[in-house]
Design a protein around this ligand. Sequence first.
Ligand SMILES: Cc1ncc(COP(=O)(O)O)c(C=O)c1O
Length: 451
Amino acid sequence: MNAALEALIARERQAFIAARPQSATFARAAERHFAGGVPLHWMRDWPTPSPLYFQSARDAVVTDVDGHEYVDFCLGDTGAMFGHSPPAVARAIAAQAPLGLTTMLPDVRVAAVGEGLAALFGLPWWQLTQTATDANRAVLRQARMATGRPRVLVFDRCYHGTVDETMVIMGEDGATLPRPGQVGRIHDPVASTVVVEFNDIAAVVIALARGDIACVLAEPVMTNAGMVLPQPGFLEALREACTRRDVLLAIDETHTLSSGPGGYARARGLAADFIVCGKAIAGGVPCGIYGYSDAVAQRLLKADARRESGHSGIGTTLAANPLAIAALAASLAHLHVPATYRVMEARAQQLASGIEAALQRHRVKWQVSRVGARLEFGPAPAPRTGRQSVQAIDHELEGALHLYLLNRGFVLTPFHNMMLASPVTTAAQVDAFLTVFSTALDEFAPMMRAT
Ligand SMILES: Cc1ncc(COP(=O)(O)O)c(C=O)c1O
């Protein structure tokens, strides 16, 4: 590692530790029963020398147990995209809480929620899950059921949750390989999955001609390997290729819900056979959803009539519980509306142009990609494939920058340089970030130029 970067990281780690004794105490106590002092191992992925314990999170601000406030541009890695504890959602779950938390019975708001989802996403049929991961898992099963075909096509360096079929990468020779690092894997990805590069329509066309692909599962903008925007015409050509080969197109809007009400497909007029969403869909209360078209519903009904009796292999006990329904109903009424997106868009635009200006002033050849309220900055040129995007990431530099910003009151997601603007993020908070970001570049720019 570059000596200047090493010294900077040591300085920032020391500053973090000195100012956060309470966080360290909570982490030490938790370490007795939780590896690394955290209840979800992902919480060790932050660049901090020990876990940051939080006290409260409201609107776009997180307060830690040592009393430090942070403007939050991570927003729970999207779960809190509409701000922490949106008042309408907080009120709805508080009202529901004494009236039943989980019953495995439908709630009186179900019909209205269905109307709301259909109007928002433009697909008529819906099911609820607990997470986006589970929604994707269900969609893959249903797509295989509807088409009678075994495989799914995904794009290299995609992420759709911890779904076995999608935990793959593309090898140098184009082969489908297991994504490295998986724990306890027995699933054979070659049996279930074909992987091609994003934006490579010729590869998609060749793969779909195999005749064994049930569905393409895609984010319309790749957001989990840095950000990879679709090239003009790519998504339209993908839709056409799927239709020509009778392959179902499943669009995962879990992150691209940042694009506008109903997500990217809705905003761009892309017709999906399935839509998946989770994370922010119920304002931060655990809830996943998937929807499908009338044509898919007809095929599922026919296949279901032929199905032998037994467990479907789809579903979890607490899915669609009344707390999730209450939160989803409130979110549909108050969050998934143009007014919230107008603010998110404006703040994200302010962030993007401010970051671009700071990079230019410091003569750093990096770029900003944006999809509505979500943006990502990284080395130029903007990547066209997941592989290009991943190869451009310098994890040490990125971790150092995030720690520097965190020590000065700003939280970015631990995975790459992703930022989200919520409807309750203020213009003053964005300005404050841009001032500190520009100061950070005084130190970081020479190292960024070298990447
Ligand atoms: C596009 C996409 N789909 C699905 C998921 C899975 O979400 P969850 O972990 O909430 O199940 C993620 C998580 O990052 C995601 O980015």
